[in-house]
Write a protein that binds this ligand. Structure first.
Ligand SMILES: *[C@@H]1O[C@H](CO)[C@@H](O)[C@H](O)[C@H]1NC(C)=O
Ligand SMILES: *[C@@H]1O[C@H](CO)[C@@H](O)[C@H](O)[C@H]1NC(C)=O
Length: 276
């Protein structure tokens, strides 16, 4: 072993520290660049070309009473077939990344869904983010997957740099969903699930506006409310979903909409269970 003078050791240490720091920086930058590179390239998304960073989030919630009325076939992945008599609540469809011009990025980083990464979240996810059909939606790598795989790969991967990974995406979505309880707002305003009553769409929109100080977006199937979406800035403060709130928030809905109760589909789906 050769002995180096003290100042040489100190200098060597400095050198190692510097090299270390450089490597870390290069590593981090390399990682980010790669991430951004993938983000920009996109995969199977909107044309597969350059996809710039998103502008805002849209939390899309689905009304099970409306979705489940369409149930014709049962399977283990379809929560319409297994629901108990608990009162209906809006469930999560997804947390989507949007551009202000009405388009959106899709399938950004190419990271495939891995259920093991969210193993600690499965209980609330099954409860609040269930699939309401038997279909296996196409995810981003030209293969079909679960509802969660589709949502992560198509939308979650584009939430960078606000959301960095799959676990953070699902946790963040649950947290936002818990914080902004749309079901509670509608119940408190008197819009209770019913198979006979209809409610003014404007009243539903106003109740959300009063609670969250932002205009939601609604979609319907016939006169039944199907989805209710609330939007957020990147810091998760609520914002209007559409620029022209007077026309776009109404979506496909008529002036009076229904909120089908859950009972109607339970009977039908338990009947089709036996049939299939
Ligand atoms: C939202 O509010 C409804 C009605 O009060 C309640 O049943 C439900 O558990 C709440 N959901 C969450 C996620 O807190
Ligand atoms: C569906 O429900 C009806 C009425 O309850 C019953 O008579 C029929 O047997 C059921 N069909 C199946 C396939 O279970």
């Amino acid at each position: 072993m050769t002995f180096l003078p003290v100042h040489a050791i100190v200098n060597l240490r400095m050198l190692f520290l510097l090299i270390g720091a450089c490597c870390i920086l290069v590593g981090v930058n390399g990682g980010w660049d790669e991430e951004v590179g993938l983000l920009r390239r996109g995969r199977g998304g909107a044309g597969g070309g350059y996809q710039r960073e998103f502008d805002y989030f849209k939390l899309s919630l689905q009304w099970p009473g409306t979705y489940c009325r369409r149930t014709r076939r049962c399977c283990s992945s379809n929560a319409c077939c297994s629901r108990s008599n608990s009162p209906p609540v809006f469930t999560i469809h997804g947390l989507w990344t949007e551009y202000n011009d009405g388009t959106w990025p899709a399938c950004c980083s190419g990271k495939a869904f891995d259920e093991r990464e969210i193993s600690t979240l499965l209980e609330p996810l099954r409860k609040y983010w269930p699939s309401l059909s038997c279909g296996s939606p196409r995810s981003c790598h030209h293969r079909k997957g679960s509802f969660w795989a589709h949502e992560w790969e198509k939308h979650g991967t584009c939430a960078y740099p606000v959301v960095h990974d799959e676990y953070e995406f699902f946790l963040t979505t649950l947290n936002v969903y818990f914080k902004y309880n749309v079901t509670e707002v509608l119940l408190e305003a008197g819009y209770v699930p019913s198979d006979s009553d209809k409610y003014p769409l404007g009243g539903i929109i106003s109740s959300i506006e009063n609670a969250f100080h932002a205009t939601p977006e609604l979609t319907c199937s016939g006169d039944a409310l199907e989805e209710l979406r609330i939007c957020f800035y990147k810091n998760f403060e609520p914002r209007d979903c559409a620029r022209d709130t007077s026309t776009l928030s109404r979506g496909s809905c008529p002036q009076y909409v229904s909120l089908p109760a859950q009972g109607s589909w339970e009977i039908r789906s338990s009947n089709t269970t036996a049939a299939s």
